[in-house]
Design a protein. Structure first.
Lengths: 390, 350, 217
């Protein structure tokens, strides 16, 4: 396979050979380290079983499933509007973004489209939840690497974004605001001005994080060249989002996909990084927060007038058919394969969540690294437990 | 010099009390002033505000909380429960041994002997034993990794620390800490004695290396791999609770204070003010009131030094184990060796 | 209603990109293709023979569909429990249990489906295959490493095994768990141990009369 030619793999094999020579004389014994399910570094309950030789990882394997809630089964006994309350809890840091692809899939099956104003507001809220999600990642990154300060900055500024989401939707974490055919409500008064000032704060936050973390030499030496994922391996594992773009694939579903959303009405850039290492992944995410603030700023200027809800039946029955819609969520590509049999509820919903694929690369990428790098690599791959286990 | 005559028992009692104060006061100050307040302000939050004015009694609340907690020995550590229990005491003992050589005033010292700095550097390594014992006897993989990391790190950084101090020793011509203080305060810079001659100016490289090594000896970020809460939960302290955890905690911050005192003594003129201000020329001229003011001066200097230690701690991410070793052996040790050579050459030249 | 199985494009909208992609894929796969469907502006569905499952994926990879999106399965049998909303005191409800497959047709109760995308061009294809009686489908984890976990998940949720998969352990469930939760005949226990609270809600839903006709059609 292509992955065997990788430099990291070769150095690992060389280290193994060297160890084998030493072992003949010393009879060393490896150690199996259980990282998690309760561990400070695994925000949630992911467990990593790592076989160690000294501080070097011989093999490592993530064990998921401590938070499996069976959403795919639960959706089958719910009606279409009820499903959004469940899928809010998949990626709980950017909840609104979870609702959008499902609603779009249902709308596609029904052949309805949200009015332009609703599309605009959806996009704004989508980007706000991305900012709320990724800004916490940027702060958490510092904690994983031992710098305690950035996370407090992140919580401080994320609070403003959550306040905005709360003002618009009524829920800070689980908005449940998206409806088939539009949105539950219009934006509250003063939302646009308030959002502008918050976006300025967020851009300042990005500058702070960039100078505090990304410019730091220790941070760079800890992340550069660590956990390198080449382009073809990333694609083969189905990595998505910033993880894929950090491996040099210029692909963003917001730009490259034709969806009834308002991303193409704003002028923004898709950032990529050629290196594919931990630093690249973190850096791409930082740039994405900046681009999101730009998107929000531009969309605020151009919100069209009109209703936020199109005419849909009061009892929503979705015609028979199958639909796949995926969007570029904060964690990567999140999609729903919705099968309907013309019933009140879906017949089958396959939830394609980003973290599931992103974490499946862990056994490959962790071989031969040191224990501290496990944390760096996991932090930079960025997963949410609810997004793995669903 | 007219001194206050004290009976032997009174002097001994004073020394014991003084030793306790010299360890616990810096620890308390460092924790409250820096860990609680400065860290909070740097992170745009208030820190403790409820217990006492500006949360100043928070410290007592924390200590009270820890004292109430159960002293747990994990089941796997039961066979060596005594060793498990003694580990934090070994760490704290090293701090007390360390403070014994720090001079606080012309006559305010615990011991005053010629091998002072040699002794200080030697006993500071005793804490490694405590940490290794803690790491091994906890029977926990995280603790073991933490303990081994601590041992490797502390041994690696002992060397640059010793080498950095040698520059000072060469310049002062003595290993006695009291005499190093006098040498700085009685000294002159090209005939001008308004500042004395603090070795910070001439031994700036040595000071930097010493402070970096201190940071590593204290296992503060960026050298906190032995604790590394995001990787090893709490390193060698993982299995400790209640009073024994508190002792580790006091040991950590008291050592930060004591090492900062030693740094002040070696590089910032210790307890003294430039002797020229008051027309003193040698230690025997120093007025008696310096025995009261001296400790305050030293304490102030310590606070300044700790400020930098803590500032770095709150702002930096941590190194990886191999990068840390590489930094010690490939960067710090060569530079400190060069520093010794330059110092020796200049010493002979002037 | 949409036609559920057709190789022809039915819509007014032309979608040259996807039409070309479908032609390319079906051309390369040859005899393996059982059925295919193109919905302009939406997606492509291709159903292939189970024995050709792995070669299909290899062909797709060589055609540039290098991004593995997901793999899963569908149980086309309607649930014997409905939505789990039946009153346990009433006699069991008669349900229509005929199996009707979705897009691109099918012959079996279970279908495995997966999706591959041409990165950057965002042209994707959803491929399906009928699961034979042996409940076993060739594994594609050697072609796309990311399929490893998806096949494990599908194995524990549907009981479909994948030939050539290195390690079909359970992902979520305990090792000794019996049953395959996403099969339709696996009851949702929450609705079994406690009757659905909506049973007591006898109020008619709003607008039931006015919209009833539209929805029934």
């Amino acid at each position: 396979m292509t992955m065997l030619g990788d430099r990291q793999q070769l150095s690992y094999i060389a280290a193994q050979a060297a160890d084998a020579r030493v072992n003949v004389e010393l009879e060393t014994e490896g150690m199996t380290l259980n990282i998690g399910p309760q561990h400070p570094a695994t925000h949630g309950t992911l467990r990593i079983v790592a076989r160690l030789d000294g501080e070097q990882v011989v093999w490592a394997e993530p064990v998921a499933g401590y938070m499996h809630r069976g959403y795919e089964k639960l959706t089958e006994v719910r009606t279409f509007p009820q499903v959004t309350a469940l899928i809010n809890r998949i990626d709980w840091l950017g909840s609104f973004a979870n609702e959008v692809p499902f609603i779009l899939a249902a709308e596609k099956l029904m052949g309805v489209e949200a009015p332009p104003r609703a599309q605009h507001i959806r996009t704004i809220l989508f980007e706000l939840s991305r900012i709320a999600n990724v800004s916490l990642f940027l702060g958490d990154l510092g904690v994983q690497l031992g710098a305690v300060t950035p996370v407090f900055f992140a919580f401080r500024d994320r609070e403003y974004v959550l306040n905005l989401i709360e003002a618009a939707t009524g829920g800070r974490f689980h908005p449940n605001f998206d409806r088939i055919g539009g949105l539950k409500d219009d934006l509250p008064a003063g939302f646009i001005d308030e959002t502008r000032t918050v976006m300025v704060k967020l851009r300042r936050f990005c500058d702070e994080i960039e100078s505090l973390l990304f410019g730091n030499e220790i941070f760079q030496s800890r992340t550069r060249g660590v956990g390198v994922i080449p382009r073809d391996v990333a694609l083969s594992y189905g990595l998505s989002g910033a993880n894929l773009r950090a491996s040099g694939v210029e692909w963003d579903l917001r730009r490259d996909q034709d969806l009834p959303m308002a991303w193409n009405k704003a002028d923004w850039k898709v950032w990529t990084h050629p290196d594919g290492d931990s630093f690249a992944r973190c850096w791409v995410r930082l740039q994405e927060v900046r681009e999101s603030t730009k998107i929000v700023d531009q969309l605020l200027d151009t919100i069209p007038a009109g209703p936020v809800m199109t005419k849909v039946p009061k009892i929503i029955k979705v015609p028979e058919g199958e639909a796949w819609v995926s969007t570029e969520n904060p964690l990567g590509e999140m999609g729903y394969y919705v099968v309907s049999k013309g019933d009140l509820g879906p017949f089958r919903v396959k939830i394609r969540s980003a973290s599931f694929n992103n974490i499946s690369i862990v056994p490959w990428v962790l071989r031969g690294v040191y224990v501290p790098d496990i944390i760096t690599i996991l932090a930079s791959l960025y997963f949410i437990l609810g997004d793995i286990d669903r | 010099m007219v001194g206050v005559e004290l009976a032997y028992w009174a002097e001994s009692l004073l020394r014991v009390l003084g030793g306790l104060v010299a360890v616990l006061l810096p620890a308390g100050t460092v924790v409250y002033l820096f860990l609680f307040k400065m860290m909070s302000f740097m992170q745009s939050r208030l820190g403790p505000m409820e217990a006492g004015p500006y949360g100043s009694l928070q410290l007592f609340a924390e200590v009270g909380k820890w004292l109430q907690k159960e002293d747990i020995v994990p089941t796997n550590a039961q066979p060596e429960a005594r060793i498990f229990k003694i580990a934090p005491l070994v760490v704290l003992a090293s701090t007390f041994l360390l403070v014994a050589v720090v001079p606080f005033g012309p006559d305010a010292w615990f011991t005053d002997f010629d091998g002072g700095i040699f002794y200080a550097l030697a006993v500071s390594s005793v804490s490694v034993l405590g940490i290794l014992i803690a790491g091994w006897s906890s029977a926990n993989k995280y603790s073991l990794l933490g303990g081994l990391r601590a041992a490797g790190q502390l041994i690696a950084y002992e060397l640059p620390m010793v080498l950095a101090v040698i520059g000072v020793v060469i310049q002062a011509g003595t290993m006695n800490l009291q005499k190093i203080v006098v040498a700085q305060n009685a000294g002159e810079i090209f005939g001008w004695d308004g500042l004395g001659n603090p070795f910070l100016l001439t031994q700036f490289v040595g000071f930097l290396i010493f402070m970096i090594a201190v940071q590593a000896e204290l296992t503060q970020t960026p050298f906190d791999m032995p604790i590394a809460e995001s990787e090893l939960v709490s390193g060698y302290m993982t299995e400790y609770s209640g009073f024994r955890f508190l002792i580790f905690f006091i040991g950590e911050f008291a050592t930060a204070g004591v090492f900062s005192m030693i740094a002040s003594v070696l590089f910032l003129g210790g307890w003294g003010v430039p002797f020229a201000w008051f027309g003193w020329t040698a230690i025997d001229d120093v007025d008696n009131w310096m025995n009261v003011v001296g400790p305050l001066i030293l304490f102030t200097k310590m606070i300044i030094v700790v400020f930098f230690v803590m500032w770095v701690r709150f702002s930096y991410p941590r190194f990886r184990e191999d990068q840390l070793q590489r930094f010690a052996w490939k960067v710090l040790i060569p530079i400190s060796l060069a520093n010794i050579m330059v110092t020796a050459v200049l010493k002979v030249a002037f | 209603m949409f036609p559920l199985s057709s190789t022809e494009t039915t819509a007014e909208v032309r979608d040259d990109v996807r039409a070309a992609a479908l032609a390319e894929v079906t051309g390369a796969l040859g005899d393996a293709v059982r059925d295919s469907l193109l919905k302009p502006g939406d997606d492509i569905w291709v159903r292939v023979d189970a024995t050709a499952w792995r070669t299909t994926v290899e062909t797709l990879k060589s055609l540039g569909y290098g991004y593995f999106c997901f793999l899963s399965a569908i149980d086309w049998m309607p649930s014997p429990y409905g939505k789990g909303e039946d009153d346990p005191t009433e006699p069991a409800v008669e349900r229509d249990m005929t199996i009707r497959q979705g897009y691109a047709g099918g012959e079996s109760r279970f279908q495995v489906f997966a999706r591959f995308v041409k990165p950057c061009e965002t042209v994707g294809v959803t491929i399906k295959t009928d699961v034979p009686e042996s409940m076993s489908v060739p594994s594609i984890s050697a072609v796309f490493a990311g399929a490893n976990w998806h096949e494990r998940e599908t194995h524990e949720m549907f009981g479909i095994s994948f030939d050539g998969h290195p390690d079909l352990r359970n992902m979520y469930l305990p090792t000794d768990f019996e049953g395959h939760p996403l099969r339709k005949d696996f009851p949702l226990l929450a609705r079994m141990v406690k009757p659905w609270p909506g049973i007591v809600d006898v109020e008619p839903l709003p607008g039931e009369d006015s919209n009833g006709e539209d929805d029934a059609s």
